[in-house]
Design a protein around this ligand. Structure first.
Ligand code: SPV
Ligand code: MG
Length: 566
């Protein structure tokens, strides 16, 4: 449910959405927000109701809840700069349209500046109420609800509309006649004046628990619109008449419903209850049930994203896991310890990784584990290396996967550029694939791990490139003429990527029977069998395309070739 940084929106694009929604849908659903966190929640929440995905179309920046969250009564006490600052929080944390509660708009000249700033920020609509400055909130009985002279208010509207630059910003006139007791006739009289002054629509407010008076207004509004030859949006705020449904409001001609204070009131109630529970118990344990888990808050505000990016971009924080437990009949010692020009393969791998800033390297050893004498890595022993294959060996290091890791076969050499590019590539699971395969496939006599991708590789041979493509099949039995790429034995898993493979691995370990992709059983599964399972379950596996820059020690012959290459 997070809104990633790149999912945000530029001011001009955001501002124009509301008008388009009103034209296209005719009815929009708006929720109150009062800070960044409430905006994130309002922005991202979705509900599937009988196969219809419901969400909020935009947000109301309420004077009541902005004041309350800052500890003030709603009497136009908050300075304009403080309001801008909080509006910015809402803008920063969302990508949907925003409607600002402009209170009375203040003095006309000041209102002109207010309009200009809101429009620049990407706000879509401001609603000002026809009360005298400084107004009192409309919902409390017994407060003074002095309405402004309608001509003075109409002039303020006119002046506001005159300084607007874009076509898509809207100014709505809010009529308080049903709040002040002036009644329906006064409300309609004012509506006509305000529309003629240039208002882009009308909000009719009421604190009655019965919607009858706003329905009566809506009827009269239709007649007025016919008389003026223009039907502009009609807005309501059903805080007190809250049994009314959106369908009923639509039927009565309303175009915008604003749920004006619910997130702040919900937080207020939860905060009070939580504080009481802690006091009563003299500890926090009992309060946990009232609270979101810390991790959920971290996730919603993007902290887990930051963590993941830090892992990818800050040198040395990502771990590398190298499964090296298996035996190969052609080699007397583990392939990772094969000496190439005086240094074991593993030593060469470690040096390349260290040059990329990676220092946490985990090696899983099994066959002839005493041969592993290279320092600077953490060893994990797999005593069952002859019973199971590489996938199970890898999962001996399951705890080390936490937070994401790079997977590397123990018998390959690779250059720094591959690893550095992998660290900045996008995706939760990324396999490094060689695109030179299609050119030299006729010369290959080995059983390679081949790949079919969604899109065919480009004709151009690129050195190192993350292309927009995903794997659809991986295996050794793929027809060589059809394959698009060869797997290099290097892969990346983000924190989420790890979550995916851990879930699948542990579930298959418990339940899987019979063949597992190209393996006779899950026990004999290889790494690529797991990747095929990931794909079959609908998860995306991205690719990083490389053109050479790596070498696999497949057979004894390869040792000589590798020595020449070094
Ligand atoms: C607000 O949310 O600040 C409003 C609506 O203006 S009301 O509180 O009902 O007046
Ligand atoms: Mg208000």
């Amino acid at each position: 449910m997070e809104l990633k940084l790149k999912g945000r929106i530029l001011p001009n694009d955001r501002r124009s959405i509301l008008k388009k929604l009103l034209i296209n849908k005719g009815f929009v659903r708006i929720l109150e927000t009062h800070n960044g966190l409430s905006a994130i929640i309002a922005n991202n929440i979705k509900e599937n109701v009988r196969d219809e995905i419901l969400e909020f179309d935009g947000f109301w920046f309420s004077s009541f809840t902005d004041s309350a969250s800052k500890g003030y009564p709603d009497i136009e006490i908050i300075g304009v700069e403080s309001r801008y600052e909080t509006i910015r929080q809402v803008l920063n944390s969302s990508n949907k349209p925003i409607i600002i509660d402009g209170d009375t708009g203040g003095e006309a000249a000041k209102f002109e500046y207010f309009i200009r700033s809101l429009e620049d920020m990407g706000v879509s609509m401001v609603i000002i109420e026809d009360k005298k400055f400084p107004k009192r909130n409309s919902l409390e009985s017994g407060t003074i609800q002095d309405q402004e002279d309608p001509d003075v208010f109409a002039t303020k509207i006119k002046r506001g509309k005159e300084v607007q630059i874009s076509n898509d910003f809207m100014l709505i006139a809010r009529i308080e006649s049903l709040i002040s007791g002036a009644g329906l006739k006064d409300a309609i009289y004012r509506a006509k004046k305000y529309l003629l002054a240039g208002a882009d629509g009308i909000m009719i407010h009421s604190k009655n628990i019965n919607p009858k008076e706003i329905f009566d207004f809506a009827n009269e509004y239709e007649k007025l619109s016919k008389e003026l030859g223009d039907r502009k949006p009609l807005v309501c705020v059903p805080t007190t008449y809250n049994t009314i449904t959106e369908d009923e409001l639509k039927d009565h001609g309303f175009n915008i419903v604003i749920y004006a204070n619910h997130l702040l009131r919900a937080a207020h109630k939860a905060m009070k209850e939580t504080a009481s529970i802690i006091l009563r118990n003299k500890r926090a344990f009992e309060a946990e049930a009232m609270c979101s888990p810390v991790k959920t808050v971290f996730k919603d505000v993007g902290f887990l994203d930051v963590k993941e990016k830090d892992m990818k971009y800050i040198k040395g924080t990502i771990k590398v896991i190298i499964p090296a437990a298996g035996a190969d009949p052609e080699f007397e010692i583990p392939k990772a310890m094969t000496i190439l020009k005086g240094k074991p393969v593993l030593q060469r791998q470690i040096e390349t990784l260290k040059n990329c800033g990676i220092s946490e390297i985990i090696v899983i050893r099994g066959f002839k584990k005493e041969e592993f004498n290279v320092d600077g890595v953490k060893y994990i022993n797999n005593e069952e290396y002859d019973k199971y294959y590489i996938l199970h060996s890898l999962f001996k290091a399951e705890e080390e996967m936490e937070g994401g890791f790079i997977f590397i076969y123990s018998d390959i050499l690779f250059n720094e550029k591959i690893i550095k590019n992998l660290l900045i590539s996008k995706g939760d699971i990324i396999l490094v694939l060689d695109n030179s395969y299609t050119y030299h496939k006729h010369k290959i006599d080995k059983n390679l791990e081949l790949i079919l991708t969604k899109n065919k590789p480009s004709e151009q041979t690129r050195d190192l490139y993350q292309v927009e493509n995903e794997i659809i099949r991986i295996g050794r039995t793929i027809n060589m003429d059809m394959a698009d790429y060869e797997f290099t034995g290097i892969a990346y898993f983000s924190e989420y990527g790890v979550e995916i493979i851990r879930r699948i691995y542990n579930e298959c370990n418990l339940n899987h029977k019979g063949n597992f992709h190209e393996a006779d059983s899950f026990n004999k599964a290889s790494f690529i069998d797991l990747i095929q399972e990931v794909i079959d379950r609908g998860f995306r596996v991205d690719i990083l395309e490389v053109h050479k820059g790596w070498f696999e020690i497949h057979t004894r012959k390869d040792v000589d070739v590798a020595e020449k290459l070094i």
